[in-house]
Design a protein around this ligand. Structure first.
Ligand code: RUQ
Ligand code: CUA
Length: 651
């Protein structure tokens, strides 16, 4: 921290630095370690108060973390194959990974977004974006399983995503990296004026949660970084930050930081709906995948779509406005009342807050400061609500409490600042370790946030834990915000890079948690619902094994006559109807570690035996006292053998 303080002094912010030192000193005295420990301690057998859904960043997954304990409850695989349960290896889940680039078994996930009703998280679904190959996934919070992934066409780097409107009418997606649209070959040097950004609205079915591409707004080739949609009075609008209004295509660290102000883009999605209804959009041919899991069979299938509905702002007046915003803003957040739009101008030392009501007024008065590519730029002075002076360095993201306070993460000064919307004064600072990105208050983007905790999601961990070689885990810190000043309670490591997280009261999710899949409802075409029906069927050189598992055996457990050169599909149905009794399956030489089958479900894994022999298969999940005995053999003769196909159990 010393070098950081010197940096501040050098930057002429001596007063701010002094404040920081004082705040830190006071903090150490005020709270002892054992007191903090008591406040995060969840006694054995008791439950956490909140679920935290943490993005895994480059691991492509979501981790579920109990708060305040910081305990990891499980990892939900989303955009990446998962050795723990065979997600992405089983035949049933493979289609979830289909994209126009072929199956993509890994992605970079950033922003978990809980579904919401009337601006409050409702605990039904969790959405998260895939950044690299643009996608949005939906996780069903009754099963904590990924049930749908939709590809976002015409977009490069889907970072400003999947932020939801107040009733989850839409999720947004957008181009962090503008591209030629439609995609085609052209020199990169022709970027300026030719590359396009796409701000995308994905509709969510209010009953099923199913996603569909509603419309896209074709924008100038800036870098659209983050987004949030409004609430209350601003509920019809979504706001996207952008940097690189310079439209540089090389050495962006210099060339995209020239302009004094970049933009927050305000999009009126109700207006977009009208323009689409009035026939002002065009259909752009583009191929993209929509992958969805059938609930009864558990099988994912892909629907290929062939066009996108695209709106040009020039054809739809009142659709888009630019709000000038100092200096390469990163996050943009809307306060609980829906009036304040708070960007994180990461290269600016003040935080300029926009007023939604002033924005509407400026639009009505046509108080414009020119335009960019025909899109009106609102007059900065007409829309600014206030500025937080001497805020911090590197403000990135904001979350809110219910009392009119804003918590801002500051990357460069490694702190969270708390300030008031009533007078734009900073009232508290909390140093964090180190280089915070996002921060999270349970419901911190809701109409009624909780006043419980803020979690700091830090990029750098150096010296906080026992060293583990060159690579250190990322880190989160739990801070109490229930009092007047923030109080640091707990450090805990995270899996992957926790770009963002969302928290929700456990009461809104836990009661809906499913315990088993009813065997009777299983419509999987290869399901085997009783041991009487197990069998092995040959169709040319393809063999289907209809297998069951129950404590503590497979049926059948001896199979003979599958030959070298065969392609074998093991369809394993877990007959259990008890909570927490999955069975695993693995056979020697299979490409995945295992598949893990939930009670009542059927999963299929493909196996291609390469050499004659006798190969064991076994259950990979310790399911009973006789789990070790849950095993069997498959005899594989050479391709030209006449060993007959047979199967048995207990002979
Ligand atoms: S980001 S550290 Cu991928 Cu949301 Cu801001
Ligand atoms: Cu079934 Cu172990």
């Amino acid at each position: 921290m010393r070098s950081r303080r010197w940096l501040l002094v050098l930057l002429g912010l001596g007063a701010l630095a002094a404040g920081l030192v004082l705040a830190q000193g006071a903090r150490t005295a005020s709270r002892t370690a054992s007191d903090a420990a008591a406040r995060t301690f969840v006694p054995p057998g008791q439950h956490d108060e909140y679920y935290g859904f943490f993005s895994g960043g480059f691991n492509g997954q979501v981790s579920v973390v109990g708060l305040p304990s910081g305990r990891t409850l499980r990892v939900i695989p989303v955009f990446s194959q998962h050795a723990e349960n065979g997600y992405g290896y089983s035949e049933e889940t493979k289609a979830l990974f289909n994209t126009s680039h072929g199956p993509v078994y890994w992605d970079d996930s950033h922003h978990p977004q809980l579904s919401r009703t009337n601006g409050q998280s409702d605990g039904r679904w969790l959405f998260i974006n895939g950044n690299n190959t643009p996608r949005i996934a939906r996780i069903d919070l009754s099963t904590f399983e990924t049930v749908e992934i939709i590809e976002i066409p015409n977009v490069g780097g889907n970072h400003p995503s999947p932020f939801a409107t107040a009733n989850t009418e839409y999720l947004v997606a957008g181009s962090r990296f503008s591209q030629p649209v439609p995609q085609r070959d052209m020199p990169v040097a022709d970027y300026k004026g030719n590359f396009k950004g796409m701000l995308t609205f994905v509709a969510v079915d209010p009953d099923s949660g199913e996603m569909s591409l509603a419309f896209q707004v074709m924008m100038p080739g800036f870098d659209y970084d983050l987004a949030h949609c409004g609430k209350g009075p601003s509920a019809d609008w979504c706001f996207f930050t952008s940097y690189n209004v310079e439209e540089a295509h090389t050495l962006l660290e210099v060339n995209a930081s020239q302009a004094d102000k970049d933009f927050v883009t305000a999009v009126n999605w109700r207006r977009a709906e009208q323009c689409v209804a009035e026939g002002k959009a065009t259909e752009l041919p583009v191929r993209y995948a929509h992958n969805i899991v059938d609930e009864a069979s558990g099988i994912a299938r892909t629907e290929w779509l062939e066009s996108a509905t695209v709106l040009d702002p020039a054809d739809c007046e009142g659709l888009v406005y630019f709000l000038p915003t100092p200096k390469s803003p990163h996050g943009v957040d809307v306060d609980p009342t829906g009036e304040y739009i708070v960007p994180g101008g990461k290269l600016s030392a003040t935080i300029a807050v926009h007023s939604f009501s002033k924005m509407l007024q400026a639009i009505e008065n046509r108080d414009f400061d020119g335009d960019a590519y025909g899109i009106p730029i609102l007059n900065f002075d007409a829309i600014v609500a206030g500025q937080v002076e001497r805020a911090c360095l590197g403000p990135l993201h904001n979350e809110f409490d219910s009392k009119g306070n804003v918590y801002t993460s500051c990357f460069i000064t490694s702190e969270i600042i708390k300030w008031r919307l009533s007078d734009f004064q900073v009232v508290d600072r909390m140093p964090v370790y180190y280089s915070i990105g996002h921060l999270m208050i349970p419901g911190g983007d809701n109409v009624k946030p909780s006043d419980s905790y803020v979690v700091a999601l830090n990029k750098i961990t150096k010296d906080r834990y026992l060293p583990t070689g060159p690579e250190l885990t990322q880190s989160a810190q739990l801070i109490d915000i229930s009092g007047n000043t923030m109080e640091m309670l707990l450090d805990f490591p995270t899996l992957g890079e926790p770009h963002y997280a969302q928290g929700i009261a456990a009461d809104l999710v836990a009661p809906n948690s499913k315990q088993i899949y009813a065997l009777a409802d299983n419509t999987h075409p290869y399901a085997t619902k009783s041991e009487a029906d197990v069998r092995v069927e040959r169709d040319g050189d393809v063999v289907h094994v209809y297998m069951t598992s129950i404590r503590s055996h497979f049926a059948p457990d001896v199979i003979e006559g599958i030959k070298v050169g065969d392609t074998v599909y093991w369809h394993v149905t877990n007959l259990e109807q008890d909570w927490d009794v999955p069975h695993g399956f693995a056979v020697q030489g299979m490409e995945a570690a295992n598949i893990l089958i939930m009670p009542g479900r059927t999963l299929t894994v493909k196996w291609e035996p390469k050499a004659p022999g006798v190969y064991p298969f076994y259950c990979t999940d310790f399911c009973s006292a006789l789990h070790q005995e849950m095993q069997g053999y498959v005899r594989v003769p050479p391709a030209d053998s006449d060993v007959a196909l047979s199967w048995s159990l207990g002979q």
